[in-house]
Design a protein around this ligand. Structure first.
Ligand code: URA
Length: 458
């Protein structure tokens, strides 16, 4: 055998191999990912390969190879100098999902580092960065060295993705958006995890949403994605768990930008509200797993107890406010959170029937929030920090016709009518109470994920 260099790769061969149902090896996948990042593979060939991958699917081995190749396509954040175990949480997105503002300070208050790289509002779902930017002065576009400084000081930092981090995803995600190849479990898994793993995480908790507001509308698709992400991240050496959680109604009572921070800070201050209990409960469950996987508690239940203590003694609130200050935000806006809220127009939507609040089309509710000005139609558009919806009755509540159901906050009067109509059409009020839905319906640990994938037919 000669020690000759491996045969050169040709993109057209890799497209053909995938098109015909073959599996690419790590070298071939690495070639495509690097080519996407450095521009050496033309977009038409990447598009063709993406469509072949969408139609044929990617095996677990291919998904793992793509995740690592994308992770390694640009610069990475090193958590080594922090001297702490680095953990994070990732949610597949939803309406009113503001757990990041609770779990990041909760885990940091328990001695962990939380380097969180977040996204913006997309479609019907809200964006963590847009919500944080409602705080005057708050900077999300930090350099990796500024990110490290905030993490050293506060234990948690929430920032946007830098241009140099995972460039392969920037190219591939934009192409998937334009070639109808977004909804592929392997491609989604590699896209999400490459960015998370580039942040140097030791442990990761995934919050995979199910129900009417979830990104994956079919439960079995969401389960498969959850198991695939756990197996892939664990294979890359990051301790990972996925919780399947309910997005059959907005999480908590606020959905928008500033108002979601209000609800989060109320909870961090120890203020309880029956309409915010699901948010509190899910945040503690997620933080419990982060604290457990980060090695600070023997079980997730003990992690939850530590998180509960950090909530009760105000440590988590202190971390949150320190993080806001360290990222340039005006902390004084939290002195009088009501006074800071200055929406252009307000409207109360009254319950249109008497009975129990039941099924909700949460995606439609998310669009209502977006149309009030809180989200964007096109990438790059500004969002209104004050826009959003406060839900005054949640699923299962008994309401009387005419009582306040929701308060709408919009940029201007003319933006109120359509969202009000969307709400009336999206929510069912019926005579009988609806069946209760568990907040956390399934947990995929590594073992559970491996067992699921062994049996899954794809
Ligand atoms: N979010 C991502 O970052 N990537 C996907 O592919 C889907 C959702």
């Amino acid at each position: 055998m000669s020690n000759s260099a491996p045969a050169p790769l040709h993109v057209v061969d890799l497209i053909r191999k995938k098109r015909d149902g073959g599996a690419l090896n790590a070298r071939e996948i690495g070639f495509l990912a690097a080519g996407a990042a450095n521009g050496s593979v033309p977009l038409e060939q990447l598009s063709a390969w993406l469509m072949a991958a969408w139609l044929r699917g990617l095996s677990l081995t291919e998904t793992q190879a793509l995740t690592l190749a994308m992770r390694d396509s640009g610069e990475k954040f090193s958590t080594a100098r922090l001297g702490k175990v680095a953990v994070d949480k990732h949610s597949t997105g939803g309406v009113g999902d503001k757990t990041s503002f609770l779990v990041a300070p909760l885990a940091a208050a328990c001695g962990l580092a939380v380097p969180m790289i977040s996204g913006r509002a997309l479609g019907h779902t809200g964006g963590t960065l847009d919500k944080l930017e409602a705080i005057p002065g708050f900077q999300t576009a930090l350099t990796l060295s500024e990110f490290e400084t905030v993490l050293e000081k506060c234990g948690a930092s929430i920032v946007s993705q830098t241009l140099a981090l995972v460039p392969a995803d920037r190219v591939l995600y934009a192409l998937r958006d334009r070639t109808a190849t977004v909804e592929s479990p392997g491609l989604i898994c590699a896209s999400i995890l490459s960015k998370k793993l580039a942040a140097g995480l030791d442990a990761l908790v995934l919050d995979v949403k199910t129900g009417s507001g979830a990104f994956m509308s079919k439960r079995e698709d969401a389960e498969y994605l959850a198991a695939l992400m756990v197996a892939t991240a664990e294979g890359a050496g990051t301790r990972t768990v996925a919780l399947m959680t309910d997005m059959g109604q907005p999480l908590g009572r606020m959905a928008g930008n500033w108002i979601e921070l209000v609800e989060s800070v109320e909870l961090l201050r120890g203020q309880r509200n029956p309409e915010s209990e699901d948010l509190r409960e899910l945040s503690l469950a997620l933080a419990g797993w982060m604290i457990h996987l980060g090695g600070k508690a023997a079980t997730p239940e003990m992690g939850r107890q530590l998180a509960d203590t950090a909530l009760a003694n105000g440590y988590a609130l202190r971390v949150f406010l320190e993080m806001v200050a360290a990222q340039g935000g005006e902390v004084s806006v939290f002195d009088d959170i009501g006074a800071f809220h200055k929406p252009g127009a307000t409207m109360v939507v009254e319950a249109w029937a008497s009975g129990f609040v039941a099924e909700m089309d949460t995606t439609a509710l998310g669009w209502a929030v977006q149309r009030l000005g809180a989200g964007r139609e096109k990438a790059g558009e500004p969002v209104d920090p004050y826009a959003g919806i406060e839900f005054r009755a949640r699923r299962g509540a008994r309401v009387k016709a005419g009582q306040p159901f929701a308060t709408l906050y919009a940029t201007s009067e003319d933006m109120l009518a359509e969202p009000a109509e969307l709400i009336r059409a999206a929510v069912t009020i019926q005579d009988a109470p609806p069946r209760p839905v568990p907040l956390v319906s399934r947990i995929f640990t590594r073992e559970a994920a491996d067992a699921y994938l062994k049996d899954a037919v794809r």
